[in-house]
Design a protein around this ligand. Structure first.
Ligand code: AMP
Ligand code: MG
Length: 491
């Protein structure tokens, strides 16, 4: 932690992206939201920017991030990018309702992009109004903290701003804005823009910028562009492995929603699975199920292939193909490593992949609430211990017994005592996961002007493995209405 704090007025801006030629972006001023007010702010993210969380004035946050005033040093821009949406190239994309306000360098030398989502129209808004609604803003705000709490790479958010202004979505809905904070707003689609528009010199310039800022250790490689691509593929494989291990469905895995830093990016109709259903599609508009849960690893490989194509002016095709070929093994290895940790296995044994695979099959066949299963499994002592705590997850005890027999045998090869194993397992098996119905309850209350639950959930999801007695009900089976929640691209 820093020894001296900044204030909102003295944030250390250094806006490197604005030093690109103007066709990389265009300059836009945020449109103020009517009656902007603070709904929630995240002290941990404030600290990343060297702000003293205890001294931040809510009305200042509302003023600066409701678009009323520009922060000193901010130079807002809408970035140009393109991308493949549902498999088709769309050349007309760009920041249509979000603005990069600037980059803040903190006292540790870390550079953070401040991006205001819901800031009004830009040249890239097409038919949109440039706004984000409260519903989707709450969902983005909460899930970025939830992902961080699970240790899954993600963008973060400093604050959530409400407004009395309304726009048309599912009927008239209130607008809001989220101040997104992350080192990286460069998407696969940024590279695709320069590649498909045949601006290959600018493509290289963008790649050099990314190497300098995100992948400096590749500079000495024989081909730094290949080495960077390799690292992007690596991080992306790790990311999707974590999604699959926790049942996260992104919902709109277009290439413009893929960060080159391997962070979960641009949240829309995402879902954490209640029941383990591989065919689950989070986005009702995705009628073909392109972005179903089980499709994500393949789709991400597809997206990496699209990125590889954009690297062709800088890297040989065979080299890129070799990276892509390695992806599938890597993904499986990373996913299994995470699932093994969730099972309390600290060593690696020959039969682990089969043990994991049979568990996933069991989850799918019996539609198990698998995140609750894993949490409950932390309390299972192993061979000879009562299994009653686990039987409620399946109607077929014999099937579970069969798997648990194998698990008992496997646990015998682990050195850790039960209390140690339980502690390790609890650290990777959250008690609380951001289920759709939880976000939905927070949204309903916020629509009535009550922001208590949004703020409460923020704290719970930051430490999802701890006990939070005040919201114990969120650790239980979801209510019946949870399954009827319908999410779309509308945001
Ligand atoms: P998304 O589905 O949020 O990833 O957005 C896809 C593209 O549409 C991006 O270029 C967004 O900037 C743009 N977009 C989405 N919603 C709006 C909106 N309400 N107004 C203007 N542009 C939007
Ligand atoms: Mg997007």
């Amino acid at each position: 932690m820093s020894d001296s704090f900044a204030t909102l007025e003295t944030l250390n801006f250094d806006n490197s992206y604005t030093r690109f030629p103007e066709h990389f972006f265009h300059r836009v001023t945020p449109e103020p939201l009517v009656d902007a007010h603070l709904i929630s702010f995240n002290p941990e993210v404030a600290a990343l920017l060297d702000l003293n969380p205890c001294e931040i004035n809510p009305s200042d946050l509302a003023n600066y991030f409701g678009g009323g005033n520009l922060l000193p040093g901010s130079e807002p821009i809408a970035m140009k990018y393109t991308g493949h949406q549902f498999g088709y190239y769309n050349p007309d994309l760009g920041d249509g309702r979000g603005l990069l306000l600037g980059e803040v360098v903190n006292q540790n030398g870390e550079r953070w992009d401040l991006h205001l989502k819901g800031a009004g129209k830009t040249r890239y808004s097409r038919f949109g109004d440039g706004r984000a609604v409260l519903r989707s803003s709450i969902r983005e705000y909460l899930v970025s903290e939830a992902m961080h709490g699970l240790g899954i790479p993600t963008t973060r958010a400093l604050c959530l701003i409400g407004s009395t202004q309304q726009v048309m979505r599912n009927g008239m809905e209130p607008c809001a804005a989220v101040l997104r904070v992350t080192p990286c707003h460069i998407r696969f689609g940024h590279f695709e823009y320069f590649y498909y528009s045949k601006q290959h010199e600018d493509l290289r310039r963008l790649a050099d910028y990314c190497i300098e800022r995100y992948y400096p250790d590749v500079k000495d490689a024989e081909n730094p562009y290949l080495a960077m691509y390799q690292q992007i593929a690596e991080r992306t494989a790790q990311l999707v492995a974590q999604w699959q291990a926790y049942g996260f469905v992104h919902g709109v895995l277009n290439t413009d929603n893929m960060s080159i830093l391997g962070e979960t990016f641009d949240y829309g109709p995402y879902t954490f699975l209640d029941e383990y259903r591989p065919d689950f599609v989070a986005n009702q508009n995705d009628t073909a199920g392109r972005y179903a849960f089980k499709q994500q690893p393949d789709i991400v490989q597809w997206n990496l292939t699209a990125l590889a194509e954009s690297f062709l002016p800088m890297v040989g095709e065979e080299d890129l193909k070799a990276v892509l070929r390695a992806y599938s093994h890597k993904f499986v290895a990373y996913r299994n490593a995470r699932l093994a940790a969730r099972l309390g296995l600290q060593t690696e044994q020959a039969g682990d992949a089969a043990l994991i695979e049979s568990l996933l099959t069991l989850f799918a066949e019996h539609k198990v609430d698998f995140n609750r299963f894993f949490r409950t499994l932390c309390d299972y002592e192993g061979a000879g211990a009562a299994r009653d705590l686990l039987y409620p997850f399946l109607c077929d005890a014999a099937v579970l017994d069969q798997w648990l027999d194998q698990y008992d045998e496997r646990l015998a090869a682990e050195a850790a005592s039960f209390p140690i194993r339980r502690q390790q397992m609890r650290s990777v098996n959250p008690k609380y996961i951001l289920r759709n119905y939880m976000a939905e309850e927070a949204i309903r209350e916020a629509h009535d002007g009550n922001y208590v639950l949004v703020n409460q959930l923020l704290g719970v999801l930051r430490h999802p493995g701890d006990d939070h007695p005040e919201v114990q009900r969120f650790a239980d089976t979801p209510p019946d209405w949870a399954g009827a929640i319908c999410l779309t691209c509308s945001s």
